[in-house]
Design a protein around this ligand. Structure first.
Ligand code: HEC
Length: 151
């Protein structure tokens, strides 16, 4: 009986993940202060991530953060720590969660949550298209952040 219930639960989770994926918003799971699994199931593109990070209508990260690698671009804000060497300070899972839902990492931060979803408890279509970045863009920005190591 217990085994049956467990496998029914597993099937339920699988079905929900499929629904979530179909709604255009892949599910994510927060484990140990991070999201270990790529939102898209594949690694992002660091070159595309660099563009998304600097785009004022997308990441707009330079409004608050300095990135020395992008020092040819104007408008670097200083309200937040520089992103230089950030790949030495955090691992991939931590950075993914920070991009998805910054308040899970820094309580009360002014940094926007770029891909927050309320999980399975609410109608998924309500959140469709509501995130600032798409799953692909989050993975691209993450791939770029992982290149930012101190020399
Ligand atoms: C509105 C300002 C703002 C924007 C926009 C913003 N951030 Fe942040 N970010 C912060 C602040 C402030 C912190 C420091 C945490 C805190 O104290 O709130 C932070 C922290 C971080 C950290 C951890 C840095 C460290 O060394 O501890 C990373 C990584 C980061 N942000 C990446 C990004 C990326 C990538 C983007 C764009 C997709 C972005 N942030 C957009 C304000 C911002």
């Amino acid at each position: 009986m217990k085994i049956l219930r467990t496998s029914l639960a597993a099937a339920g989770v699988l079905a929900l993940s499929l629904v979530a994926a179909q709604a255009g918003k892949p599910a994510y799971e927060i484990v140990d202060g991070g999201i270990a699994v790529s939102l898209t199931g594949k690694p992002g593109d660091p070159a595309a991530g660099k563009v998304t990070l600097a785009d004022r209508k997308l990441g707009n990260c330079l409004a608050c953060h300095v990135v020395s690698d992008l020092s040819d671009l104007p408008f670097h804000g200083e309200v937040a720590p520089p992103l230089d060497g950030v790949a030495d300070r955090y691992d991939e899972a931590q950075l993914r969660l920070l991009l998805v839902d910054s308040k899970k990492v820094f309580e009360g931060t002014i940094m926007p949550a770029f891909y927050k979803s309320e999980g399975f408890n609410r109608p998924l279509d309500k959140f469709e298209g509501k995130s600032i970045l798409t799953a692909d863009q989050v993975e691209d920005v993450l791939a770029y952040l992982l290149t930012l190591k101190e020399q």
